[in-house]
Design a protein around this ligand. Structure first.
Ligand code: G
Ligand code: G
Ligand code: NA
Length: 251
């Protein structure tokens, strides 16, 4: 209860911040986008993990306020990045009924003077299972404007395959659990290779999440058709102020 009240206050009073983690193109090794990740530094308890406060926000309905803020802030930050680097934002299950995602996106893009093609929306399967109709119509409207729609944490849910053709995805983010073991386990590598080629067959941009070692990256290069990578090997999520320099340094 206490934490819920504190979260409400943090949202109102600017207590949330964003960290960003780059996604790199495998062929060019350049940063193509950065994913916005919400951070909450509690005045007494210190950093609270998103795995704690995002579910809390979903329970209380505060998630819409967080998502609206994340969209506006992430797009505003993106404007100051060199080149054409895009920004990815996570949209939660409850957002599809709790807010007008399309309206918030439109407002944020026009305030920043940024084209829709610089924005990616990441959704997990749970969002799609719980609100299939609304999610479909909102995502189709955004995709029609040129916003990239990514299916996040792919492979961890229940029935992802059916969503791939029913919804306007242009990107598939393979969950990091598929990458974790590929150096030690030949079957893990074959599974990853096959999930990636499934995505490629469907004309999706395929991303591997959670790349931590150069051994993993070498295997991705040699054995899979994965086009983009994200993970600690390239960069941890970093504060917004560090991102312009990170992009210059990596590119
Ligand atoms: O930031 P971290 O790397 O610890 O993220 C943990 C989880 O919290 C991730 O699965 C991520 O998708 C989720 N998360 C982080 N920021 C946001 C956000 O702004 N909105 C939503 N809905 N989820 C987020
Ligand atoms: O897609 P999702 O929003 O779940 O991904 C973001 C989450 O993944 C964040 O919690 C981020 O800190 C975490 N993450 C990013 N790169 C890595 C990595 O290389 N290894 C691990 N274990 N977690 C990572
Ligand atoms: Na994500």
């Amino acid at each position: 209860q206490r934490l819920k009240a504190d979260l409400r206050l943090a949202i109102q009073e600017g207590g949330l911040t964003l960290a960003f983690q780059p996604l790199l193109d495998v062929a060019t090794r350049k940063v193509v986008a950065c994913e916005a990740l919400a951070r909450w530094n509690h005045p007494e308890l210190g950093m609270i993990a998103p795995s704690v406060f995002i579910p809390l926000a979903e329970e209380t309905g505060l998630i819409s306020d967080i998502t609206a803020w994340v969209i506006a802030e992430a797009i505003s930050q993106c404007r100051s990045w060199p080149g054409e680097v895009g920004v990815a934002v996570n949209v939660s299950t409850r957002d599809f009924r709790g807010m007008d995602v399309e309206k918030v996106v439109d407002a944020a893009l026009s305030a920043a003077g940024l084209p829709p093609t610089r924005l990616e929306i990441e959704v997990t399967e749970t969002a799609l299972i719980e609100e299939p109709e609304i999610a479909k119509s909102v995502l189709e409207a955004l995709a029609a404007k040129g916003v990239e729609i990514a299916l996040d944490d792919f492979g961890t849910g229940y029935s992802s395959l059916s969503y791939l053709s029913a919804l306007p995805f242009s990107k598939l983010k393979i969950d990091r659990s598929f990458v974790q073991d590929i150096e030690a386990n030949e079957r893990s590598l074959r599974l990853l290779t096959n999930v990636a080629s499934l995505g490629r067959d469907l004309d999706l941009t395929v991303v591997a999440e959670g790349v931590e070692t150069s051994g993993q990256f070498d295997l991705l290069l040699a054995k899979t058709q994965i086009q983009q990578v994200q993970g600690y090997l390239f960069s941890r999520p970093l504060p917004a102020r560090d991102i312009p320099e990170l992009i210059v340094h990596l590119n």
